[in-house]
Design a protein around this ligand. Structure first.
Ligand code: NAD
Length: 500
């Protein structure tokens, strides 16, 4: 009788070797579209494994920081080339562990490639400033210095792109890394770390520790030898991380939740706005930090916009993201699906009108997955919980507004501040929106999603703590300024005193 092959057990990567976790335990990673399908077993780490990874990263830092940045960058260039060759394989694996459709996982891997090339280019820049001194025969400049071991804690919705946003700038700047990926999507981090290693990264420079948040990420954020912590995830966990980092004054970057809005004005191209709302609201099953989960629509076009949006959303095909005919995959796990279902009940109780969707899909081909219908509520007030709280699923709230001023007030009236968008043909209104909406990202005539790697990414208020990922902003986070004064006058010169 044939028996199923035992699933592969993926290990931690510490000091250049794949090793078991000290607990001896491993957990299952299953396909959210079909829980019968095992993606693999991943070891479950604790503070002992984190300690070993941090020790390795600390030791490797001694030599990695002295490798010339253009040489560090050459390894990143090679990694980008390898990622390009393996893009299809990695995308398919990502859809299997995360559920989003193949077109989107290809985008995730491409974003990783873009970030890797971009940061490799920084190897020959990492610019500082030179500036005149106020004193004669004195030279003044600033240079960037690396910091040390960077602890990275990442979410599951961009399983390869988000780790790359953190790792590539940290590495090119001369730091070393301990990564704790999301427990739901560790295979994509395995692929990324494996690729960097094949590209020639020396042992200990990148270390991977798998496992759960409280047991594996918490010791990383608390570790005395980790001066930099970069976290992307929920605002609730971000607060825990910030508190863990505070006693040691660690550099901590927090990229957290969102409740992003699309504003549709009375002069908008409605079909374009509908396209944007479908992609912004239901792309990645609404599981993007930048997802457009609120749409504020001018009253004069509200009815027509809602009608066209519902027509389009009813046609969305839900299913396994590997099927090219599918538009929207499952929720990541049972817990996330339950959260979505509970918000649908909250919306109904609050008196919002359910225009389409509202149900779990669990029969036939959906029976083994965490699927939910794309759902739209209308007639929402801006204060309802479904219009205030991050749902992180395929649920969009339509909010009627009387004018531009009210739309901006609604946009700003949430605790988050990641992304916002306005559809209008009026250039004055577009620029007023750019000025008055207090978010980290604003789009005009495009949905709330679609970040590019060479621009800063992040949000205001409870979305972030003032740092940005991507672009030069990321280099700023992973380096410290060192200011240099070189006096060649051969005498004591006192700033602010001797030149007055
Ligand atoms: P999460 O906060 O549950 O988990 C994120 C990471 O933190 C995971 O690696 C997890 O293991 C770890 N973690 C969980 N509990 C922990 C604890 N007590 N101590 C230490 N670490 C812990 O988030 P998620 O469900 O993986 O991702 C969804 C969230 O991420 C959403 O809120 C979304 O908006 C946010 N997100 C934000 C951005 C951004 O750039 N602003 C990007 C993507 C996702």
């Amino acid at each position: 009788m044939a028996t199923a092959a035992a699933p592969r057990v993926y290990k931690n990567f510490i000091n250049g070797e794949w090793v078991e976790a000290s607990s001896g335990k491993a957990y299952e990673n299953r396909n959210p579209a079909n829980s019968n399908e095992m993606v693999g077993m991943f070891v479950s780490s604790s503070s002992e494994d984190v300690d070993a990874a941090v020790d390795a990263a600390n030791e490797a830092y001694k030599s990695w920081r002295l490798v010339p940045a253009p040489k560090r960058a050459e390894i990143l260039y090679r990694a980008a080339e390898l990622l390009l060759l393996r893009k299809e394989e990695f995308s398919k694996d990502m859809t299997r562990e995360m559920g989003k459709v193949l077109a989107e996982t290809r985008g995730d891997v491409q974003e990783t490639i873009d970030m890797t090339y971009y940061m490799a280019g920084e190897g020959r820049r990492l610019f500082g400033q030179t500036t005149p001194s106020e004193l004669p025969n004195k030279f003044a400049m600033s240079v960037r210095q690396s910091i040390g071991v960077c602890g990275m804690i990442t979410p599951w919705n961009f399983p390869m792109a988000i780790p790359s946003w953190k790792m590539m700038p940290a590495l090119v700047a001369g730091n070393t890394v301990v990564l704790k990926p999301a427990e739901d999507t560790p295979l994509s981090s395995y692929h990324l770390v494996q690729t960097l290693t094949e590209a020639g990264l020396p042992k200990g420079v990148v270390n991977l520790v798998n496992g759960y948040g409280p047991t594996a990420s918490a010791p990383l954020s608390q570790h005395k030898e980790v001066p930099v912590v970069s976290f992307t995830g929920s605002t609730a966990v971000g607060r825990i991380i910030a508190e863990a980092c505070a006693p040691d004054f660690k550099h901590v970057s927090l990229e957290m939740g969102g409740k992003n809005i699309i504003i549709v004005m009375d002069d908008a191209n409605l079909d374009l706005a509908v396209d944007g709302a479908v992609w912004g609201g239901f792309g990645t099953t609404g599981q993007r930090c930048t997802a457009a989960s609120r749409v504020a629509v001018h009253k004069s076009v509200y009815g027509e916009f809602a009608k066209r949006l519902v027509e389009r959303v009813k046609k969305l095909r839900v299913g396994d993201g590997r099927d090219p005919d599918v538009d929207m995959g499952p929720c990541i796990n049972e817990q996330q699906l339950k959260t979505v279902m509970s918000y649908v009940e909250i919306g109904k109780t609050e008196g919002a009108k359910l225009l389409t969707g509202g149900n779990r899909l669990d029969t036939g081909v959906f029976a083994k997955g965490w699927f939910h219908e794309p759902t739209i509520f209308s007639d929402c007030s801006a204060k309802m919980r479904i219009a205030q709280e991050e749902i992180f699923g395929p649920v969009v709230s339509l909010i009627p507004v009387n004018d531009f001023a009210e739309a901006v007030e609604v946009a700003n009236g949430v605790q988050y501040g990641l992304s916002a968008s306005i559809y209008t043909k009026d250039v004055n209104q577009a620029f007023a929106a750019i000025r008055d909406i207090y978010t980290g990202i604003v789009y005009v005539n495009a949905p709330t999603i679609g970040a590019e790697t060479h621009l800063p990414f992040g949000g205001t208020k409870q979305t972030g703590n003032g740092h940005r990922e991507a672009a030069i902003a990321a280099i700023d986070f992973y380096t410290e300024w060192k200011t240099l004064y070189i006096d060649y006058s051969d005498k004591l010169q006192r700033a602010q005193i001797d030149n007055n």
